[in-house]
Structures are given as structure tokens and as C-alpha cells.
Design a protein around this ligand. Structure first.
Ligand SMILES: [Fe+2]
Length: 494
């Protein structure tokens, strides 16, 4: 039986060949190839097709223009667009222009085949119905239902792709509002967190409201019923207490069956009411976002626990050795002062704060007799203690979240001139935050008493840092350190 004929339009030979293989060799369809939109239109004039798969970015005539042209010329052939990594803009725009569906690169064989067979199935059904001399409206209605469900599947896939990559709740809130306002073409949309009888607007378009009591408003109703509510014109706008001029759609976002936020959309650009289809799409959308936010919350709890565990490890190491007690905390504090003077980003500061605290974590693998030895170390003992950066790196390695902290732990005994350990990195091959650690770690060691020597004075330590500028240390960082409160002689906390 003839499974159908498919036209593949793509300028990228690899994509074209892969699609051809999937559809023709695996799927058993007859497939033809076109190199771009112009070539595609030529093929359409000469041959009938059941589906078109087209890329969007192509020379001569891009996919969007090609799609518009196929619609304008009324070929009536369903078009599936191929987009690069998850772009809701491309996908939604193409759907608006009449595309039936889209697939994202890199695509899976089963996705391509499912899309093709679904569309061909619907096309056959529609052909059969129209042959049966049925009333035109039935066909039209069925067609638009099918279009809607496809449209919905496509949009939901994009939503999950877009939201899944975001780990900051604030960004999710902003994305949510931006996406609903685009999807439903509304002039007003907002997302607020509900807490202690108040709603705090975290992201909004077309609304300036910030924190308000929800008492007596439709928001209160949404929170207590835990279900959505569409207020009609004339009801009270919960943001500003005025009478609503447009329908106002509020959807609760729940976590553990409690409402924690409300997504509101209002003022559709075409002034119409929300349809059943739009309501169900918005509800699914809100549910998806709530799940993402819940995942983030779980992740934060997990991350917090992990950090506390690592910190207690450091405390247990320092507890063994009274001479280095609070060393890690001081080093992190000094390094942050340098970061401040150098104007480093908040990301860098976070690496310094946490990595600085953990830098000597590998000492947990060094024997007490070596770590606490009150006299000079033998060569062998010296080798053992010099292993601690590598041991620390190995402790952190299984935890995939901390790649830059790992660098700091592994390289905090490297020297600017390349004579340090364990890898002998030199100059700017040592990351900036690590070069900062090199300076402040040594400074703290010099100004703290050890069993075998008393602490140097602040002046002596500073002199030594300056003497070793551009050999052991990066001179730029020594300079920056000298401008910090600690570098100028202030003790921590003063
Ligand atoms: Fe160390």
C-alpha cells in the first residue's frame, strides 16, 4: 500500500539525508529532496505531496517564506517545520502561519515517524469524509479540532523545553508571564507569590501592582478554592480595585496541594472572551511551571543539605588542628575582600565564598601524625601533605555542581611562576579566583602561629607578599589585597 509521498526541504545535506533515511528507509514513505524554498516550490508544481518537512533557515527562500507561499498557493499540503534547539518563537510563528507541527533538531527517529503518520492519518480521514459528501462544516470543524490539538502538543513541547533549562525561580516567573502574554496575545499578564494573605507580584506585563492584600478579592477566591476563576467585565480588578473592562483569568499554581502563586492574564488584544481551548492550554501551562518550580525548591533543599555536610567536614578537619582553626573561614573572607576591590561578579564571589571555605577539605585524607606534627616534616611526610589538593578534588569530583570550586581546591597551591603543585600551572592558566586564593591562603598561614614557629607580624607578611609578587603570586592580586581592609591591617569583624 502506498504510504504517502513526502517532500524534504533543507539546505543542510546532513539533515536532509538523515530525514530521508528515516522517512524513506525506516518509515517506508516515498521521499523527495529540495535544497531550499525556491527548489521546494518548483517540486510542488510538478508533483503532488502528502506532507512537506521544511527547515526554517535556508538561503534564497527561507522556510517561513516557503511556508507562506505554500499556504498562499493553496497547495493544501500539511507542512512540518524543522527548527533548531527549542525556539518557541519560531515554532509558534510557523504554527500561526499555518504549519501543522514542528520537530526540533536533533530529532529522534520515532518523533519524525510519529509526526508523519499522525498527519497522514488525519489527511486520509479528512479526504474520506469529504468524499462522503458530508456537509462542509463538519469537515471544517474536525479540521480545526485537529489543528488545535496539534497546535497544543507543539506549544506544550516548546514550553517544557524553554522552562526546563531554567533554574532560577525569578527567571521562571518572568518567562511564564512573557510566554502567556505572547501565547494568548494579551496586554496584561502577571505572576505573584501568595503568602500570609498577600500577593507579591514577581513579574508582570502591563501591570504595575506590587504587594497587596488578597482579602475580599478574586485572588482570595482562587486561593481558597484552589481552582481557576475568570472574572467578567464589571467585577473588581484585584490589582487596583477598579472595575474590570476585560475578562480577567486567574490560575493558581500549587505545590503539595497548597496554592503558592497566581498567574493572571487579561485584556486579550482582540477583546474576546477566553475560549475553552485557551483555558485548558493555560491550565496545563501553569501546571507545568508549578512542577518546574517545585523541582527547583527540592533542588535548593538538596543543595543546602549538601553544602552543610561539606561545611561540617571542614569543621571536623579544623577541629583536629587547633593551629589552623577557622583558617578556611578567614581565607574565604579575605578572598571576598579582594574580589570586592577587583569588582568581580557575584558568580565569582560565590565560588570564592564556598570554594574558599572548602579549599583544604583534602586534609581529611592526611594522617594526624603528619598533619599535626610539631616538628619539621620528613620528605615522605611532605609528599603526603602535598597530596591534599588532589584528595580534595577527588572528594568533590562526584558532585557535578561544583566545577569551578573543584578548580579552586585542586590548584590553591599552584604558584604564578609555575613552581607550585599539583599540576605546575603558571600565570593566567591559573584561574583568577584561584590566584586570589594563592595570595590570601599564604597570608593567613604567615599571620597564624604554627607549632614550629610563631606568627609573623602584619608588616612582615605584607613585605613577603610584595617580595614574592610576580614570582610566587600574581602581582596584580597582591596589589588588590593591599587595598583591602585585611591587607591594610584590619582584623576580621572590625
Ligand atoms: Fe592548602
Amino acid at each position: 500500500m502506498d504510504k504517502g509521498r513526502i517532500l524534504i526541504v533543507d539546505d543542510d545535506p546532513i539533515v536532509r539525508d538523515v530525514l530521508y533515511d528515516i522517512l524513506s528507509n525506516v518509515g517506508g514513505y516515498r521521499a523527495d529532496l529540495a535544497f531550499d524554498g525556491v527548489d521546494g516550490l518548483e517540486k510542488l508544481k510538478r508533483q503532488e505531496y502528502d506532507i512537506i518537512f521544511t527547515d526554517l533557515t535556508m538561503p534564497r527562500m527561507n522556510g517561513m517564506d516557503f511556508l507562506k507561499e505554500t499556504q498562499r498557493m493553496n497547495f493544501g499540503i500539511p507542512v512540518v517545520v524543522i527548527t533548531g534547539f527549542s525556539s518557541i518563537d519560531n515554532a509558534v510563528n510557523a504554527m500561526r502561519e499555518g504549519a501543522k507541527d514542528f520537530i526540533t533538531k536533533p530529532f529522534r527517529i520515532d518523533t519524525v515517524l510519529t509526526v508523519a503518520s499522525k498527519i497522514l492519518g488525519e489527511r486520509r480521514l479528512l479526504n474520506r469524509i469529504s468524499r462522503h459528501d458530508d456537509i462542509e462544516s463538519t469537515v471544517g470543524k474536525l479540521n480545526s479540532e485537529l489543528f488545535k490539538s496539534l497546535h497544543e502538543i507543539g506549544i506544550l513541547q516548546s514550553i517544557s523545553n524553554e522552562i526546563d533549562g531554567i533554574f532560577s525561580n525569578r527567571e521562571i516567573y518572568e518567562k511564564l508571564v512573557e510566554m502567556v502574554s505572547r501565547l494568548f496575545m494579551v496586554r496584561e499578564a502577571s505572576f505573584g507569590i501568595v503568602e500570609n494573605g498577600e500577593i507579591k507580584i514577581e513579574a508582570g506585563i502591563g501591570t504595575t501592582a506590587r504587594t497587596r492584600s488578597i482579602s475580599g478579592t478574586i485572588f482570595e477566591r482562587v486561593v481558597s478554592s484552589k481552582s481557576y476563576y475568570i472574572a467578567l467585565p464589571g467585577e473588581i480588578n484585584p490589582h487596583d480595585g477598579t472595575a474590570l473592562a476585560f475578562p480577567f483569568f486567574s490560575i493558581p499554581l500549587t505545590m503539595n496541594d497548597e496554592v503558592f502563586g497566581i498567574l493572571s492574564i487579561s485584556s486579550k488584544a482582540d477583546g474576546t472572551a477566553f475560549t475553552d481551548y485557551e483555558i485548558s492550554l493555560a491550565l496545563t501551562f501553569a501546571k507545568k511551571a508549578a512542577m518546574r518550580i517545585e523541582n527547583n525548591a527540592l533542588y535548593e533543599v538538596f543543595y543546602g543539605n549538601l553544602i552543610n555536610t561539606l561545611k561540617s567536614l571542614v569543621i571536623s578537619i579544623e577541629a583536629r588542628d587547633i593551629y589552623t582553626r577557622n583558617h578556611s573561614e578567614r581565607v574565604a573572607a579575605y578572598a571576598l575582600q579582594v574580589a570586592e576591590v577587583m569588582g568581580l561578579s557575584s558568580d565569582d564571589k560565590e565560588i570564592i565564598r564556598f570554594g574558599g571555605y572548602l579549599h583544604d577539605i583534602g586534609k581529611i585524607g592526611v594522617r594526624d601524625t603528619v598533619l599535626l606534627k610539631p616538628s619539621k616534616l620528613t620528605d615522605e611526610e611532605f609528599i603526603e601533605i602535598r597530596l591534599h589538593p588532589v584528595i580534595g578534588d577527588n572528594i568533590i569530583k562526584p558532585i557535578k555542581f561544583f566545577p569551578r570550586e573543584r578548580e579552586l581546591i585542586r590548584h590553591h597551591h599552584e604558584r604564578f611562576d609555575g613552581k607550585g603543585y599539583p599540576d605546575g600551572l603558571a600565570g593566567e592558566r591559573i584561574p583568577l579566583v584561584v590566584r586570589i586564593m594563592n595570595v590570601v591562603d599564604t597570608f593567613d598561614a604567615m599571620t597564624t602561629s604554627r607549632p614550629y614557629r610563631t606568627a609573623r607580624t602584619h608588616e612582615q607578611a605584607v613585605e613577603e607578599l610584595i617580595r614574592c609578587s610576580d614570582s610566587q603570586f600574581d602581582g596584580v592580586i597582591v596589589n588588590a589585597f593591599l587595598q583591602t581592609p585585611a591587607g591594610r591591617g584590619a582584623s576580621l569583624g572590625s
